[in-house]
Design a protein around this ligand. Sequence first.
Ligand code: DI6
Ligand code: FE
Length: 407
Amino acid sequence: MQADSWNRVLRNATLASCAAGEPAAGLRERAAIAVGGDRIAWIGADRDLPALPDAVEVVDAGGALVTPGLIDCHTHLVFAGNRAPEFAARQRGASYEDIARAGGGILSTVRATRAASEEALLALALERARVLMTEGVTTLEIKSGYGLDLDNELKLLRVARRVGEILPVTVHATLLAAHSVPPEFAGRADDYVDLVVATVLPAAVSAGLADSVDAFCETIAFSPAQVRRVLDAARRHHLPVRLHAEQLSNSHGAALAAGAGALSADHLEHLDEAGAAAMAAAGTVAVLLPGAFYFLGETRVPPVGLLRRHGVPIALASDFNPGSSPLLSLRLAMNMGCVLFGLTAEEALAGVTRHAARALGLDDRGTLEAGMRADFVVWDAARPEELAAQVGTPRPRATFRAGQPPG
Ligand code: DI6
Ligand code: FE
């Protein structure tokens, strides 16, 4: 243990390490966490702290809860406009699918987003990312998918990248060009997939703008055969894949994703046992999105018991988007994961830390352990359950990002 290389020590903390194999969220009271550079240098009991050089800043946490920085592993953060009129139409009886088939839904956001400048989209995305950051989010996935042509998909990915350059948050950018068939390809989904595979994806790769590739496998979007072409192309370009699967119907997308070695399969309300078994075998994370379930008034919950039985890691995310999940709160998603889907409070916390990191293929974060990136949150709370049990409170007292204290 080399306290000489430490910058600061937070002591008298209640640490929820969220590390694998530790019971009860890995809770330790009267514990200390030492930061050296951008890493967690040491973690242990206060009484085991070594003598500290004067240069090390020591902060007494007063017993406050400390968790890993929160990770929102599924968002569609970059778009223009809003879909409140469609919400109103749904309240009058229209279904999400009816609206989509009539050219609304995702395509109405595509029209607004294509018309918006890169700077205007950046301003919107920064504002939204800042809201998530106030909740203790330190890593954020951002998908494209409202451009649906070469220039506009790249525009969205550049905005996602710039969010991560401007703000102290890690951004994982995902190419979701196969989100919906754009109007100019109406009735020609296969031709659009050709464009994605031959042009959009290679351009995103060569510009270094995509960290993974996603697609929407659904009756109102792309068939399993079309999705397979997108995922295969991603693999040829050495990009990890993920999939929107089994959200509104069972298209066997989860097994397809698992077969492609996907990092995650997301939504999963209609997942069957074969899909869960395939995900377990491939190590594919189940990303549950209670915001979309809630806003669409769905009644079929994802089969959490099946996921547990097969040992599939469960992550939770906001799915923030203007249509099915206008929910800019990962904390509320945690609470909804418990209330609507029956997750335990511990599962909800693991779902926005350890398992969310895994869904993004990031092995340097998501737990409080020596050697991990020093992304952590000091909460106005004493127990980890408070984060899932309450909405709007508790608040982060301080969020450390790569070892840097706030402000
Ligand atoms: N599933 C969803 O819930 C979002 N995208 C997707 O593939 C919906 C996006 C939208 O309605 O704008
Ligand atoms: Fe989504």
